[in-house]
Design a binder for this molecule. Structure first.
Ligand code: 9WN
Length: 430
């Protein structure tokens, strides 16, 4: 793939290579993000994977989402990891013995969640082959589960009481070690590294990953939540943050749920109303006019977090967003360099904590690129969207479907053969 130019005939080879990655990561009922680093099913990965899989096999894309929805808890939450029963405990840390969680015997999961992009994915997968979906009862079975998932987020997770869902662990953002979390995490007493064994470093360079100090804090927070039975009312939640991307995806998914509701004969109006409410709360609570970006809000006393992460650009994907023009300007400005760097960096290029290799502290990620691409199309920036698409296809090809790339050089980091990278390529080529 070394010399691939993302045009004409090269796309045929790229598509074939992307399909091979997804076939190789398929377990029989879902897709692992990476055979080495992440050998289980992850929540938001599955949604992005399904968006790509629908171009290979709509039926398989439906199954991907159904296996995640099948691990839903009674309270409505969709766990961020569904553990593969055949994979040994030691393959990933923290594994099922750490979390001690699951919706019912035989299904082991983590106890935290990830961004709610699922209803959006369900609707798009449905549209790929409505007849097959109809035959399998895909929407009718997914709708009540998705509605319960959103209800969980709107009620038990509205820790601030202003209509936004809060995340209670950095892993819940999907952007684990973003500099946005440095402030709130500083209050968390880290578990010493001698008390756990990281497995990620068996497969990835330490300079590409979160630090031991980060991990110590991740472990402390997760163990605390676990020891309170994952009960949001009684858990103390030392970390509680309103995250723009998480809530923007909730709004986007409520809009999709309205369409799903209408298709299954339910009332779409409450979902549309909730989408409007989330957007209004986003604008009210997280919009920062001075930087032209949405910021995160620390619910444990810190107020708005003055770090400029790509999470604040993701609301661009929401149709009708009143501040889209400002966000577009910010995307193209010095902080995110859209059109001048590879894809979209995960953190402010001019920020003090910027690191082009370390995970969510600067590198560009394909799922985020996909959401920004959607937003550019949504808000009439077709040429910028086309340029971003080319940048993503080139980066995926050159990096052999890397997990993330250096925004300054395009060099791949983390795992290769990464599922949502391949899925995004399929989705962009289709
Ligand atoms: C923890 C699987 C997941 C992604 C996240 C990414 C990373 C896990 C880890 O991998 O997180 O959930 O072990 O680092 O940050 O976005 O869903 O690909």
């Amino acid at each position: 793939l070394e010399g691939v130019r993302p045009d004409a005939a090269d796309l045929v080879g790229l598509r074939r290579a992307a399909a091979r990655v997804l076939l190789g990561n398929w377990t029989g009922s879902s897709t692992v993000p990476s055979r080495t680093l992440y050998p289980h099913q992850w929540s938001w990965d599955s949604a992005f994977v399904a968006l790509g899989l629908r171009h290979l096999s709509p039926r398989r894309a439906q199954r991907e989402l159904e296996s995640l929805l099948g691990a839903q808890w009674d309270d409505g939450r969709l766990p961020h990891i569904v553990f593969d029963a055949a994979t040994p405990e030691g393959a990933y840390f923290p594994g099922p013995d750490f979390w001690r969680a699951g919706p019912f015997p035989g299904v082991r999961t983590s106890g935290i969640v990830q961004p709610p992009v699922h209803a959006f994915a369900v609707w798009e997968v449905f549209r790929a082959d409505p007849a097959e979906a109809e035959r399998r009862g895909f929407l009718a079975r997914a709708y009540p589960r998705l509605a319960a998932w959103h209800r969980y987020l709107r009620t038990r997770r509205d820790l601030g009481g202003h209509g936004l869902a809060a995340i209670v662990h950095p892993w819940e953002s999907g952007m684990d070690n973003s500099p946005c979390w440095d402030g709130p995490l500083a209050r968390v007493d880290p578990v010493p590294p001698s008390r756990f064994r990281r497995r990620d470093l068996d497969h990835a360079a330490p300079g590409d990953r979160p630090t031991d100090l980060d991990y110590g804090r991740y472990v402390r927070l997760a163990a605390h939540y676990r020891d309170h039975g994952y009960d949001d009312a009684s858990a103390p939640h030392a970390f509680a943050v309103e995250d723009p991307a998480f809530n923007a995806l909730l709004a986007l998914s409520e809009l999709a749920l309205a369409r799903i509701a209408a298709a299954v004969g339910a009332d779409p109006a409450p979902h549309r109303r909730r989408a409007d409410e989330v957007v209004a709360a986003l604008l009210d609570r997280l919009w920062d006019a001075s930087s032209g970006l949405f910021l995160c809000r620390d619910l444990r006393g810190g107020g708005l977090i003055r770090e400029h992460g790509v999470t604040g650009l993701v609301p661009l994907a929401v149709p009708g967003l009143p501040v889209a023009a400002d966000l577009l300007r910010t995307a193209c400005g010095a902080r995110f360099g859209l059109g001048r760097v590879h894809m979209v960096p995960s953190y402010d290029l001019t920020g003090p904590a910027f690191d082009p290799a370390r995970y969510w502290r600067g590198p560009s990620w394909f799922n985020i690129g996909r959401l920004v691409h959607l937003g550019l199309l949504e808000h009439g920036a077709a040429e910028r969207a086309a340029a971003l698409r080319r940048s993503m296809l080139r980066a995926a090809a050159r990096s052999r479907f890397a997990e993330y790339v250096d925004p300054l050089t395009g060099e791949g980091h983390g795992a290769t053969g990464f599922a949502w990278t391949a899925a995004t390529v399929l989705d962009l080529i289709a």
